[in-house]
Every structure is written in structure tokens, then in C-alpha cells.
Design a protein around this ligand. Structure first.
Ligand code: BTN
Length: 332
């Protein structure tokens, strides 16, 4: 579905995007004929595509093309990649062209009691939220921007370590496509070849001691273009540079195939069930690290995580535990 609200002004561009998605040259005349509009109207639409940051190329005397084409999100293709039990656990799939933040939208649904089992993806976010108040850069069709809503009974303590387990799920989905060198950086970044490939942002709502809900937000870089990428303030990598040609719909489906059963069983299983898998993917195991808090920092050797997802570091021969949200981890 493509929500057609005034805040999502792209649906009118869908037809032209779908025509140009093949990466071939299309003349203004053929585009106008296919869309049933004048050449002047085609021109206006093409200008809007450029304003979205898409690398539209004008081929002298022949027309226009999007080099490399576009792999647009498509509900039918995405659903085709879902397997049981995820297929049955998914209540609703919402695809948007442009939203402020899929996490913000899903929190809004959960507050109205309607986001359980809902997965929302957007081609572009104008105010994508990252951890620690950062912005998550999400240029049009440049990545996977996915939020998944889930309600729990029993209070938020049952979710301890969930963001780390989500990292394991993302790594497993990527490994299904043969993506090499996938690692996890505590607490919940997915790295590849020493740079950030994906991030996780969990947001909570409801009564944190009883019936509450979580939004699991995942941002994964697939193909970042230069101008958008230059706004990212940490070392990053995208999937196309490691493993080109992975279909975004199949990848999004694979993520849901891992995430939905994880969310369903997490209150019973907890992080202990994922700890070993997390440690096998640990980027920093046995390596010198620095742990930085607002007031001070510690240096030591990373020793993985405990059953709650706390980071274990040997500092001056003493085993210390660090909890997510309080500190950040840097290479030593
Ligand atoms: C991080 O800072 O590492 C976490 C990034 C999480 C970004 C995703 S994109 C989909 C979802 N919607 C948001 O606004 N943020 C998350």
C-alpha cells in the first residue's frame, strides 16, 4: 500500500518512477504517452525526481534515464519472500514512499492500540531517528528503513538485551544472501569490514511495568549516493559495495522472517538464547577497547557480553560490566 496523505506527496511520482526503474533511456514523448500527460508535465515530474536526490541523467537527443535503475519496494514482491511463521505473525505491511520517521509513525499506531505485528517500510525518511538523538540519513530508495511494532505483557524487563538479539537477526538475514564479513558492535550496530552497515533503534510505549509495546527500527544502507552519504558522521558502508544486486524486497522479507519469530518468543527465551550467536559475531572480542561515558572513560580488553546483554570488559585485570544507553564503545 502507498499511503496517500498530503504529507506523502510522492504517489503521483510512482508511475514515472516505475517506468524509469529499468534504468533504460526513455524519451520525454514516450514517458508522456505512457503517463497520459503532456511533455511539460513530464518535465516537472522529472525535476521533482532530481529534487529527491535521484541521479536522473539526460541523454542528448534520446531522453532520460536513472543509471543502474531503481529497485523499488513492492508489497507483492516482499510478501512473496515471507516464510512461516513470519507470514502468519505479520498483521499488516505498510509501504510508504516518504514519511518523517517509520518509528514515529509506528509509535503513533501503537498508542492507538493498532500497531501489533505491523511492519512499516519507507523509501525515504525526512526525519529518520538514530540512537543518541542522531539523524538517520535515509535517501530515496537508498536503504531499508523498517519499523516493526510488537505488544508485550509483563513489563519492559522482559525485553532486556532485545536490541542485541535484533542485531543477531539482521546478521542472519544478511548471511542468507551470502554477505561476507558481517559483525556486531555492542550494543546493536551491524558492521561490515570495519564500518557501520546497519543500526537498530528500539522505542517503547505504554505502561513499562505491565502492558507495553516496542517499535524495532532498523536502518540498513543498501546504495547510498554521494551527496546523502556525505552527511553521515561516522564510517559507513553500504551493501552494494560488498555484495551488489541484493533485491531490497527479498532482503526486507528475510529481515521479517527472522524478526517476527524473535519478537514472539523473546519474553520466554530472553537474551540468553542469543548470547552465543552474538559472541560469534562480535567485532571486538579479545580486542583493546575504550568505554566512554559522559564523565569518564575506561580502557580494557573486550570479553563479549553476559546473559543480559551487558558488555564485559577486563579493566586492569578486573571484570567490569557496562550497560547499553549509559556508555559507548570505541576501538582501543
Ligand atoms: C542507529 O543510530 O544506529 C539506529 C538507526 C535506526 C534507523 C531506523 S530507520 C527505520 C526506523 N525509523 C527511524 O526513524 N529510525 C529507525
Amino acid at each position: 500500500m502507498h499511503a496517500e496523505t498530503p504529507k506523502n506527496p510522492l504517489p503521483q511520482l510512482r508511475p514515472v518512477l516505475e517506468l524509469l526503474a529499468d534504468g533504460d533511456v526513455h524519451s520525454g514523448e514516450s514517458l508522456g504517452a505512457a503517463l497520459g500527460v503532456s511533455r511539460a508535465a513530464v518535465w516537472k515530474q522529472l525535476q521533482k525526481l532530481e529534487r529527491l536526490g535521484l541521479p536522473l541523467e539526460s541523454v542528448r537527443g534520446r531522453g532520460y534515464r536513472l543509471p543502474g535503475g531503481l529497485n523499488l519496494l513492492d508489497a507483492t514482491e516482499l510478501r512473496a519472500g515471507l516464510r512461516p511463521p513470519a507470514r502468519d505473525l505479520l498483521d499488516e505491511l505498510l509501504l510508504h514512499d516518504r514519511v518523517d520517521s517509520t518509528n514515529a509513525r509506528l509509535l503513533g499506531l501503537l498508542e492507538k492500540n493498532s500497531g501489533h505485528g505491523v511492519a512499516m517500510l519507507a523509501e525515504q525518511q525526512t526525519a529518520g531517528r538514530g540512537r543518541r538523538g542522531r539523524q538517520w540519513i535515509s535517501p530515496f530508495s537508498g536503504g531499508i528503513n523498517l519499523s516493526l511494532g510488537w505488544q508485550f505483557g509483563g513489563g519492559v524487563q522482559l525485553l532486556e538485551g532485545l536490541s542485541l538479539a535484533v542485531g543477531v537477526a539482521i546478521a542472519q538475514a544478511l548471511q542468507e544472501f551470502g554477505v561476507p564479513d558481517v559483525r556486531l558492535k555492542w550494543p546493536n550496530d551491524v558492521w561490515c569490514r570495519g564500518r557501520k552497515l546497519a543500526g537498530v533503534l528500539l522505542e517503547l510505549s505504554g505502561d513499562l511495568t505491565d502492558r507495553c509495546a516496542v517499535v524495532v527500527g532498523i536502518g540498513l544502507n543498501v546504495g547510498l549516493r554521494g551527496d546523502a552519504a556525505s552527511a553521515i558522521d561516522q564510517p559507513w558502508i553500504d551493501l552494494n559495495s560488498v555484495c551488489p544486486g541484493i533485491d531490497r524486497n527479498r532482503l526486507a522479507a528475510a529481515l521479517l522472517n527472522h524478526l517476527l519469530p524473535l519478537l514472539q518468543s523473546y519474553p520466554e527465551r530472553g537474551f540468553a538464547a542469543y548470547r552465543q550467536q552474538w559472541q560469534q559475531l562480535d567485532q571486538f572480542a579479545g580486542r583493546p577497547v575504550r568505554i566512554v561515558s559522559v564523565q569518564r572513560q575506561w580502557s580494557g580488553i573486550a570479553e563479549g557480553v553476559d546473559d543480559t546483554g551487558a558488555l564485559v570488559v577486563a579493566v586492569d585485570g578486573e571484570r567490569r560490566l557496562f550497560h547499553g544507553g549509559e556508555v559507548s564503545l570505541r576501538e582501543g
